[in-house]
Design a protein around this ligand. Structure first.
Ligand code: ISE
Length: 316
C-alpha cells in the first residue's frame, strides 16, 4: 500500500516539528509539501527532507492532487478557511488547537463536516495520546467517581505578543480538553481569576491565571497557567476521586518546552491520525471537541474581562 501523502500548512515551531515527525518517524506517511507565509522558512524546512515541495499558498497546497491529507499548524485565525478548504476537497485534516478563535467560526466547521457526511477532521489535542495521561485516564475506574482535577500548566517564558487572552485560548485550552475528556462531561461555567501578576511577565499581561471549570455534572477542575514561570515546561494533573487520587507528574529536570515534554504524545497522535486516514476511520478528538473547547475558551476570555465572574459556556 502506498504512503499517505501529507502536506503541512504553517511550519513555525509546531509545524516544523510535525514536518520532521511525518518525514522521519510516522509509518505509512510521506511528507510531500509544506507552505508558510514566510517563504524562506518553508524552503528551509522543505530542503531538510528529500522530495518535499514548497507550495505557494495554503490553499494551493490543500488543492494539490498529490496531497492526500493536510496537517494544519498555522495560527488559529487562519484555521477556518483552511479547514473548510480541506473539507470541500474531501481531504483528511489534522488541525492544531485551537480549532478556531470564535464559537461562530467553529460552528461553521461543525456544519461543514456534517454536510460532508463523514469524519474528515481531527483536532490536535495531543494530551489524549500522552502515555502518562492515558494511564491516568484508564485508572479512573479504580478511584470511584471523579470529583476534582487540579492542573498546573507552566511555560518557561513567552514572547511579549502572547497576551492574557492568548493564555486562555492557546494554553488553557489544553486543560479545557483534558477536563472534558477525563470527566467525560461538558464544561458548564468557566471562571478565570487573576492573582498578583508576575513582575517578569510583559507589561499588561495577567500571568499567572487561575481558572475554575465547573462541569455540567458538578465536578470541578482548577488550573494554574503560568507562561512566564522562568523555570521550565511543567505540566501536572491530579485527579481526585471518591476512593483515591491519580497523578501525572512533570519529568525532572523540567524540559525547556512542550516539544520535548510531549514528543511521544505528538508521535502517537500523528501516527494514529495517519493510520486512521489510511483505514478511512478518523477516531481522535473531532470537530465537536474543537467546538466545545472554543466555546469554553470564549467563556474564559469573557470571565477574564469581567473580573473572574463565572461565565456560562454556550454550546447550544
Ligand atoms: C502552545 O501553543 C502549546 O500548545 C503548548 O502546549 C502550551 O504549553 C503553550 O502555552 C502554548 O503556547
Amino acid at each position: 500500500m502506498s504512503d499517505l501523502r501529507v502536506g503541512v500548512v504553517g511550519v513555525g515551531v509546531m509545524g516544523a516539528d510535525h514536518a520532521a515527525r511525518l518525514a522521519q518517524r510516522v509509518v505509512g506517511a510521506a511528507l510531500v509539501a509544506v507552505s508558510d507565509p514566510d517563504l524562506a522558512r518553508a524552503s528551509a524546512v522543505a530542503a531538510t527532507f528529500p522530495g518535499v515541495r514548497v507550495s505557494p499558498s495554503p490553499l494551493e497546497l490543500i488543492a494539490d492532487d498529490d496531497v492526500d491529507a493536510v496537517l494544519i499548524a498555522s495560527p488559529g485565525e487562519a484555521h477556518e478557511e483552511q479547514v473548510l478548504a480541506c473539507l470541500s476537497y474531501g481531504k483528511y485534516v489534522l488541525c492544531e488547537k485551537p480549532l478556531t478563535l470564535s464559537t461562530s467560526s467553529a460552528r461553521r466547521l461543525v456544519a461543514a463536516e456534517r454536510a460532508v457526511g463523514r469524519r474528515l477532521l481531527q483536532v490536535g489535542f495531543m494530551r489524549r495520546y500522552d502515555p502518562s495521561y492515558t494511564r491516568l485516564q484508564s485508572g479512573l475506574s479504580s478511584i470511584g467517581r471523579l470529583l476534582v482535577l487540579h492542573n498546573v500548566h507552566r511555560n518557561m517564558s513567552a514572547p511579549a505578543s502572547f497576551r492574557s487572552e492568548m493564555i486562555v485560548r492557546d494554553s488553557l485550552v489544553h486543560e479545557v480538553d483534558v477536563a472534558r475528556w477525563l470527566f467525560a462531561d461538558e464544561i458548564a461555567t468557566v471562571s478565570v481569576l487573576t492573582p498578583l501578576p508576575s513582575r517578569l511577565a510583559p507589561a499588561g499581561v495577567s500571568d499567572p491565571l487561575v481558572a475554575v471549570f465547573r462541569m455540567a455534572g458538578g465536578g470541578i477542575a482548577t488550573t494554574e497557567v503560568f507562561i512566564n514561570s522562568q523555570v521550565g515546561y511543567e505540566v501536572r494533573c491530579e485527579a481526585v476521586g471518591e476512593t483515591g487520587s491519580l497523578f501525572v507528574d512533570a519529568p525532572r529536570p523540567l524540559p525547556a518546552d512542550f516539544r520535548a515534554r510531549f514528543a511521544s504524545a505528538y508521535d502517537l497522535e500523528v501516527q494514529a491520525w495517519v493510520s486512521s486516514c489510511v483505514d478511512g476511520r478518523v477516531a481522535g478528538p473531532g470537530v465537536w471537541d474543537g467546538f466545545a473547547a472554543t466555546a469554553a475558551s470564549e467563556a474564559g476570555v469573557r470571565s477574564l474581562q469581567n473580573g473572574g465572574e463565572p461565565v456560562a459556556v454556550v454550546t447550544s
